[in-house]
Design a protein around this ligand. Structure first.
Ligand SMILES: NC(=O)C1=CN([C@@H]2O[C@H](COP(=O)(O)OP(=O)(O)OC[C@H]3O[C@@H](n4cnc5c(N)ncnc54)[C@H](OP(=O)(O)O)[C@@H]3O)[C@@H](O)[C@H]2O)C=CC1
Ligand SMILES: CC(C)(CO)C(=O)C(=O)O
Length: 305
């Protein structure tokens, strides 16, 4: 299987290296600055599941130089998605399926509209990963799950091939028949988890020590549940309870990728995540009081570079 990874950031590099380790051909489609970094330092990862230093590393800056691909793992940030469409088109035109693993929901309809509904799979990831100053992946915590499923017609074969690859790779890969439900469940969780850790600039351990603060995260979960219901996705009270339990059980120093970006003074996916939820709610005449407050608190930090 040939996997092209668009965005050799924390997530893309992690799963790309794991797939390569499992025997897949992997090509990282990168921009020039990242290509220079890969040239200088190579690509490596530190992970509790085993470190890797890539002896073989394929990257390209021009998608037309890649003859074909089976799957393009799209792991850019939400604010870079539109700018990446032109890199996806040539490969999709040659038969590649797109597997976005961004957090959020709005990117799915953008990709479907721009690239064709049946070319876009559904996907998401549970992992805590970041890049160090050499551009190497630092994975912390135990989980590294990739969840994916069909969103269009004739996607069964590529999903089965991805599942076979995940079975061989050191990842917690899982195929699901209801990827929309999984996407919304993750969207609910991430908007609460990234919202509260970023707005307070604190890891989850400190947040949950303060009942008044932790309650805000719970309100965010409940608001996201209502938005999902408006879009016909049945998030249950049990799902909310499990999301709360997850926030209670994470390591005390665990935090969101948005909070890690805040600490590094990088741009934040605020408009894509919390902004997206507010837009989706507004389209269904739903008011998200807590979400708007969290969004407003984080807003000044969204674009500091
Ligand atoms: N990190 C994590 O732990 C998790 C992240 N996620 C989600 O995954 C997504 C990716 O996050 P993450 O990996 O942390 O982000 P990173 O910022 O680490 O990586 C994104 C990468 O995309 C690259 N990129 C952007 N535009 C293009 C383009 N047009 N062509 C090629 N490369 C491009 C950037 O490269 P450049 O250097 O050129 O800017 C960067 O390397 C986000 O939606 C995030 O919310 C989900 C679960 C966990
Ligand atoms: C919550 C977490 C760490 C799980 O993957 C995540 O998606 C993120 O912070 O972006």
């Amino acid at each position: 299987m040939h996997i092209v990874v668009l965005g050799a950031g924390a997530l893309g590099a992690y799963f790309g290296l794991r797939f390569q380790e499992a025997g897949a051909k992997v090509t990282f489609l990168v921009r020039q600055k990242r290509a220079n970094q890969l040239e200088k330092y190579g690509l490596a990862m530190q992970s509790p599941h085993g470190n890797i230093f890539a002896k073989e590393l394929n990257w390209e800056t021009d998608p037309s130089a890649i003859p074909s691909a089976d799957v393009i793992l799209v792991s850019v940030k939400g604010y870079h998605l539109r700018g990446a469409l032109d890199q996806l088109r040539p490969l999709v035109n040659k038969g590649a399926y797109v597997l976005p693993v961004l957090n959020g929901i709005e990117h799915i309809s953008i990709l479907q509209r721009e690239l064709g509904k049946d070319n876009v799979l559904g996907g998401l990831a549970f992992i805590i990963a970041t890049l160090n100053d050499k551009g190497h992946v630092v994975h912390t915590g135990d989980f590294h799950d990739l969840i994916f499923g069909a969103l269009g017609a004739k996607q069964e074969k590529v999903i089965a091939n991805l599942e076979a690859l995940c079975d061989k790779a050191i990842v917690g890969g899982k195929q699901t028949n209801n990827i929309l439900y999984e996407l919304w469940k993750k969207y609910m969780f991430i908007n609460a988890f990234s919202g509260i850790t970023t707005a307070t600039n604190l890891p989850i351990g400190v947040v949950r020590k303060h009942e008044e603060t932790f309650q805000i995260a719970i309100h965010l979960l409940e608001e996201m549940k209502h938005v999902a219901m408006k879009y016909g996705v049945e998030i249950t009270d049990q799902d909310v309870t499990e999301a709360i339990k997850l926030m209670q059980q994470l390591d005390a120093d665990a935090t969101s990728s948005m909070h890690q970006d805040l600490r590094k003074e990088l741009p934040l996916e605020l408009n894509h995540l919390h902004g997206g939820a507010i837009r989706l709610a507004k389209a269904k005449q739903l008011e998200l009081t807590y979400m708007k407050v969290i969004h407003g608190i984080i807003k000044p930090f969204e674009n500091r570079t």
